[in-house]
Design a protein around this ligand. Structure first.
Ligand code: GLN
Ligand code: ZN
Length: 765
């Protein structure tokens, strides 16, 4: 049997973001459920047909989702918190879990489930919420329907499921469940639902199921290891079931290998882009008969594969195992790359010849599988790929030596503020004279239809630059007026000139390129279009100074200058894979350092360097953390530490699980840190207290991922909790994140409540 070709999953959003548009139309009430479901089916059909025509031997199915695959699994095993049961319609219940609902008339006001980052990606999953006595009841509606659709197309679908251990490890208990319980304790209750599902799929003629167990790439405690032993052997022991491919990705399986090889499962997938060194050990340890899926085509980046190198890897596996035991695959799901490079008509032709999106990666996988039998593949596609790679290397070598030279000259002193925080803080307090619990926002205000229309008119030439700038100035003015009226203490300009917090900077820096359709799902209907960082990074001219100065000229209150931090720019771009990420990050940091200096020079007194992605970049394995954190913190500090004591550096991060990296966050030494915390009910603040976080903190008290308006009481409760764990003198009051995705009416109502909440707490203190 020849080597098989497969991928672990396909992007869902559609080449023209059809899913996004259909979702938003449905949510707004503009279209009925039928249109949404029809669009979803069209997208699935199209993607399956593409993969089938490209010759994939096994095609993923059930990797599609209307919102999120973890939420789908929660629904599939009946893990829906009771409070949502009062929503009768399953589709609306599903979206309520994801987004919350507020229907005053029907007396329904439900906050959504928590959402958090999927491993080290910028994809966010919905965190299933479980009860201590959770029961699991199989509801195979979605998976059965998608399976039937796929089979009707004549393909060999391989349903994808989050595996049971990853599912539980990524879930959480409801807030009222006693602390200290491990969700893995629910495994014995959960496994029967999986067994039932596998039997059902086998009954439908499914021969392979892909169990996604990326948690196998974590350092596992003994309880988790035991959970894997129990789960995998039990599922493998099922009498009537499909073959089980246990998929690991985003890191190395390392010492957890035995948990899979001893389980009786039929196949293992490795991420050989992230952990190429792993192959030989695995080849030696694989039990007779077990198949190996080689993740050699990068599912996380947009570069063409080094086919020669990947081919050598495939050959090694074939030599050791025989071709019938080898599959060639993407390293992880292609969810994390855009759909099709062919849709890009404006990319520089040379750069484009270095790149591959999902469609091209599917072809690479096929090509590698076909070439597996050949010692030296002569296929024209191989030759072309090799030539493109050689040209890319030559171009990089000749890029911008001045940038590389400057990066080499960075000293430790450049990454430290001259004065300790306490002293800086005292000076800043004198300079700004703010009330206790100062109120502010994270930066962006609605990217309304008018804003987007003006921008696209300007881009197409229908509006000249002057007209566009006038429009933006008017928006900024309106935004400043509204903030003053709301009574906010520290203002922002609103970020109307930015489509996206990374793209905006990438567009003004050397070394970046942009796609037209390179969208990648971030959560639900939200997509991002990561820039392609292909060369040395340099800043030809100031990027934000004019807008910030203009905004500051409109108010006596401080208006924060807004920048995106080096780690976030790195993390949310497709970056070059021909030099270490740390080096690329330092180049970005130097460009930002110059921008900070220019802002300060222009009289901007507070500068916010957003780093929402710093935690997301953490490698899965703890042994790799110190190295990452060291260069990431150094890059942030390099970009911000050049200012005087009186200039206040803010930073913002949008996640809540960073208890374990607090020392690094302390080392960043921002004067003020705003964080997302409302969905996790301030859980994280206790970490701050435990660790004694020394600088100012603004815990988000208004969840901006949901359209609901938080009440004053909700926010005073959260603030009260915050004031119990941190001294009020060091607390700020702000939403969880930027407001660009929200509408003005809900924002004004919410911010008015937020300011009100701050005032009430001030009176109590
Ligand atoms: N300043 C950015 C905004 O307000 C921060 C966004 C983010 O943290 N993701 O939109
Ligand atoms: Zn944020």
């Amino acid at each position: 049997m020849p080597v098989l070709a497969t991928v672990l999953g396909h992007p869902r959003i559609g080449i023209a973001r059809e899913l996004k548009k259909a979702l938003e139309a449905y949510w707004s009430g503009a279209t009925p459920a039928e249109s949404l479901l029809a669009t979803a089916q069209e997208i699935r059909t199209r993607h399956w047909s593409i993969m089938k025509e490209a010759g994939l031997d096994q095609v993923p199915c059930n990797d599609f989702s209307l919102y999120d695959h973890m939420l789908d699994m929660a629904v599939t095993v009946g893990a829906i918190p009771d409070r949502f049961q009062k929503i009768a319609d399953p589709l609306n219940r599903y979206f309520a879990l994801a987004r919350g609902v507020q229907d005053r008339g029907a007396d329904i006001d439900l906050s959504p489930l928590e959402m958090t980052k999927w491993f080290d990606t910028n994809y966010h999953y919905i965190v299933p919420e479980l009860d201590a006595d959770q029961s699991f009841v199989l509801n195979p509606t979605k998976i059965s329907a998608e399976l039937a659709e796929a089979q009707a197309l004549g393909i060999t679908p391989r349903p994808v499921l989050p595996g049971p251990v990853t599912f539980l490890k990524l879930s959480k208990y409801a807030d009222d469940v006693a602390a200290g319980l491990d969700t893995l304790e629910l495994l014995p209750r959960l496994l029967p639902a999986y067994e039932e599902l596998l039997a059902l799929l086998a009954g439908h003629g499914v021969t392979w199921v892909q169990l996604d167990e990326p948690c196998l790439c974590f350092d596992l405690d003994p309880a988790s290891q035991q959970a894997y032993r129990t789960a995998l052997t039990r599922l493998a022991g099922g009498a009537k079931r499909p073959g089980l491919l246990v998929a690991t990705y985003f890191g190395s399986i390392g010492e957890n290998l035995g948990l899979v090889t001893d389980s009786g499962c039929e196949a293992l997938h490795l991420d050989l882009v992230r952990a190429p060194e792993e192959l030989d050990g695995v080849l030696a340890a694989l039990p007779a008969g077990m198949k190996l899926s080689l993740g050699v085509v990068d599912g996380r980046n947009v570069w063409r594969a080094d086919l020669e190198q990947a081919h050598r890897t495939v050959r090694r596996a074939v030599d050791a195992l025989g071709s019938e035991r080898v599959m060639v695959a993407s390293s992880c799901s292609l969810l994390h790359v855009p759909v099709d490079l062919d849709a890009e008509t404006r990319l520089d032709a040379e750069l484009k010849s270095w790149m591959a999106f999902a469609a091209q990666k599917v072809a690479e996988v096929r090509l590698l599988a076909d070439a597996a039998e050949q010692e030296e593949p002569q296929d024209a596609a191989f030759v072309q790929a090799g030539a493109a790679l050689a040209r890319r290397r030559a171009a990089a070598a000749a890029d911008n030596p001045a940038v590389r030279h400057r990066a080499e000259q960075v000293t430790e002193a450049m990454t430290r503020r001259g004065t300790p925080f306490a002293e800086r803080s005292a000076r800043q307090k004198r300079r700004f004279d703010l009330p206790l619990l100062p109120t502010t926002t994270i930066g962006s205000f609605p990217q309304s239809r008018e804003v987007r229309e003006a921008r696209s008119k300007w881009r197409s030439g229908a509006l000249d630059s002057e007209g566009y700038q006038d429009f933006l100035r008017a928006e900024i003015r309106r935004c400043i007026e509204k903030q003053e009226k709301l009574g906010l203490d520290v203002l922002v300009h609103g970020e109307f000139e930015r489509t996206d917090m990374v793209e905006y900077f990438g567009e003004q820096l050397d070394g970046f390129a942009f796609t037209q359709n390179g969208w990648v799902q971030s959560y639900g209907s939200r997509c991002v279009k990561p820039p392609v960082l292909y060369g040395n990074v340099a800043r030809p001219r100031p990027m934000t100074v004019e807008w910030s100065s203009f905004a500051q000229s409109l108010s006596k209150r401080p208006v924060k200058g807004m920048l995106t931090g080096p780690v976030t720019i790195l993390q949310w771009s497709f970056v070059r894979n021909d030099q270490p990420r740390s080096e690329t990050c330092r180049e970005i940091a130097l460009a930002l350092r110059d921008e900070v200096a220019d802002l300060e020079q222009a009289g901007i007194s507070m500068i916010q360097m957003d780093e929402p992605a710093i935690r997301e970049g953490l490698p899965l394995r703890r042994r790799d953390w110190p190295e990452y954190l060291e260069w990431a913190v150094a890059a942030f500090s390099l970009s911000t530490a050049g200012v005087s004591d009186e200039t206040q550096i803010h930073t913002h991060m949008c996640y809540s699980e960073f208890g374990d990296i607090l020392p690094s966050i302390v080392a960043m030494d921002a004067d003020v840190l705003s964080i997302e915390s409302s969905r996790s009910r301030m859980e994280l603040l206790s970490h701050f207290r435990q660790y004694g976080y020394p600088n100012d903190v603004g815990p988000g008290i208004y969840d901006i991922h949901s359209p609901r308006v938080p009440t004053v009481e909700e926010m005073t409760t959260l603030l009260g909790l915050a004031a119990e764990v941190l001294p009020a003198e060091r607390l700020w009051v702000n939403p969880d994140c930027g407001l660009k995705t929200r509408g003005w009416p809900e924002i004004e109502a919410s911010l008015a409540n937020m300011v009100q909440a701050a005032r009430q707490i001030r009176l109590r203190l």
